[in-house]
Design a protein around this ligand. Sequence first.
Ligand SMILES: *[C@@H]1O[C@H](CO)[C@@H](O)[C@H](O)[C@H]1NC(C)=O
Ligand SMILES: *[C@@H]1O[C@H](CO)[C@@H](O)[C@H](O)[C@H]1NC(C)=O
Length: 420
Amino acid sequence: MGQHRFKGDKVTKRQILRIIFVLFGILVILGAASLVLFITVFDATELDILEGEDTFYHSPSGDSPAVTNEIEEKVSIINSEETIRNEEIFGKLNNYSTVIVIQVHKHVTHLQNLLKSFQDADDIKDVLLIFSHDFFDEELNRLIKSIKFCRVMQIFYPHSIQIYPNVFPGMDPDDCTPNMNEQEALQKKCRNHYIDRTGKYRHPQLSQVKHHWWWKANRVFDLAKLETYDGWVLFLEEDNYVLKDFLYVLKLMKTAIKYSCRNCKVLALSSNSNNEKSSHHMGNYKVAITNRLSNLGMAFNRELWIEITKCKYSFCFYDDHNFDLSLRNVFRTCIPNAQHLVLYASRVFRLGSCVSRYRIGKCGENVNLAKVSKLVHDSTDYLFPERLHLISKQYNLSSRSYGRWGDPRDHALCLGMTIK
Ligand SMILES: *[C@@H]1O[C@H](CO)[C@@H](O)[C@H](O)[C@H]1NC(C)=O
Ligand SMILES: *[C@@H]1O[C@H](CO)[C@@H](O)[C@H](O)[C@H]1NC(C)=O
């Protein structure tokens, strides 16, 4: 009996083992199946978002006030017209011109200073200035219409917070707010639980700067009026200030890369972002061939832009709201061995001194103007150098990102604005 029972026990144990084994097998199969299902569903969701029309971005909640509709309409008309003013004075754009694109928010005083510096610059008559706005304002428009020293065009970022204040890309009242933490978000039951790598929710104003930058670069190379233009485009911002010889130096740099750095992608008229250097630096005619991009006074051409748009995922999905760091990520991860030509003695300065890097929050107007004016005055003897002195400088590129770009709606909007 005892033996029998023992045998029976043994059988039972084996059966149990077999059952466990079978159950385990089923679990593995179920797991794999659900993973496949999850990936499929996830893919589909991503795809829906990516292929959504413009309406996708703006549809979720109630009506915008009439005034924003009116602005939307005006902006859409101006964008479709592509009017270039002052062509009757300066003639049509040609390949020897330089296109300068200026990202404008709403700092009139800064912009006035930039325009004054343009007015004093050599060869400005050969330029097409394109002002790219994310805020429609009659005072700004009047200021820009008063420009008589070169060709001028205005373009308007169509997905601005001004036009969509209460829906994405603006601040939807149902969204989790920028300052919430996850705990508060759960309590408030706000929608769109998409945190960034640091646990923060999207910040519409911060997002807008990166979106506007990306839209603007895409738009400029997509303008019908610029279809046959194969020259350089210089990217500035409203709080920048240029020296008298900035176009002359840019020309020297273009020549330099033709003979000495065919691999160079971006030309930068300044080596860093905060550079009220003393005037003796201006006597330094060094330009660095370097793998580290500078964000101030960048110039590049259509050929590079097409290369960059092929790397749109490296820009649009990178969890950083800064366009320059996102662009660095493009070069770090998607355009191998890219070199840039960066000028040591800056020809572009930044007058703004915002608490945040990108002009939201508290901004002192003209804090640096006195410093820069002195530098401009003292550097007169150093302008128009005969030649530039090329050196090479390589860095270990940082992959640090600052977040605020974890919301898939931002990823989708960014991808959707990329030219095909
Ligand atoms: C620029 O040069 C290209 C050829 O390199 C030419 O096809 C185009 O018409 C030129 N554009 C202008 C505006 O002169
Ligand atoms: C880059 O990193 C390598 C390896 O960590 C190090 O040996 C090298 O000195 C670094 N170079 C620079 C320019 O910092």
